[in-house]
Design a protein around this ligand. Structure first.
Ligand code: PEP
Length: 259
């Protein structure tokens, strides 16, 4: 049975945490939930009894939106993987297109962050995606395959088994325009294929999520695709009822696939 992951990336936003957590705790079982709040909310979120209870059942985790590529030193503003782990993070989002675009994050930096996260016990969720012009130039599959291959460079098969990937076309993020289910499926299959070409069979088990304007209206069609193992959701994750609705859609899909 596929284990679907529904992840919320809050970016530089924070809903009222206590209220959000209590609404989220009522979401149905059967789906792995990961919330990426801003750094300063990680420890607060990770300590709510509802989160701990679900976390113990491996169904909800808290993650960081970024991680430093350094362990310590004179790097003002950075937060290390070990610090994030100690704060209660279980995941780290790495290589989000907003980090690549506004903070000049290169494939090399993404690869170093992935390694640091794994060394500290964080599961990396690695974002890849093409820009509008790369898409128009027919470059999508080449770009995302190159990004994921670079991000995973030097990892052992054991480390790869702890990784999740998220295909997030840059033109779909925050625009209200998602990729079509078939395009998203083809891209997620290409991400899995690139991992398989380098690391073999482990790629079949590795979660590949789709992100980019996923919401409660389009989630069912996107999540039904064979190579889409969940959603990485920005705007719609800020609204707890809508986010719970997407979790419900995923839970029903997982249950129907099982029967
Ligand atoms: C994201 O930021 O990862 C994202 C997918 O945002 P949105 O859902 O708002 O497009």
């Amino acid at each position: 049975m596929r284990q679907l992951i529904i992840a919320g990336n809050w970016k530089l936003n924070a809903p009222e945490i206590k209220d959000y957590v209590s609404k989220l705790s009522a979401a149905p079982d059967g789906v792995r939930i990961v919330i990426f709040p801003p750094f300063t909310y990680i420890s607060e979120m990770a300590r709510y009894p509802e989160v701990i209870e679900r976390q113990n059942k491996m169904k909800i985790e808290v993650g960081a939106q970024d991680v430093s590529e350094r362990d310590s030193g004179a790097y003002t503003g950075e937060v290390s993987a070990a610090m994030l782990r100690a704060a209660g993070a279980g995941y780290a989002l790495i290589g989000h297109s907003e980090r690549r675009r506004y903070h000049g994050e290169t494939d090399g930096a993404v690869q170093r962050k992935v390694k640091r996260a794994l060394d500290a016990g964080l599961r990396p969720m690695i974002c890849v995606g093409e820009t509008e012009s790369e898409r128009a130039g027919g470059e999508t599959l080449r770009v995302i395959s190159a990004q994921i291959t670079a991000a995973l460079d030097g990892l052992s098969p054991e480390e790869i088994s702890l990784v999740a990937a998220a295909y997030e076309p840059v033109w779909a993020i925050g625009t209200g325009v998602s990729a079509s289910p078939i395009d998203a499926q083809n891209a997620c299959r290409a991400v899995r294929g690139a991992i398989g070409a380098r690391f073999g069979a482990v790629s079949a088990e590795l979660p590949v999520l789709y992100g980019g304007s996923m919401n409660s209206a389009n989630a069912a069609e996107l999540l039904a695709q064979l190579d889409i193992d969940g959603g990485l959701i920005g705007s719609a994750s800020l609204d707890a009822p809508q986010f719970c609705e997407i979790i419900k859609i995923a839970a029903e899909l997982a249950a129907s696939e099982e029967s």
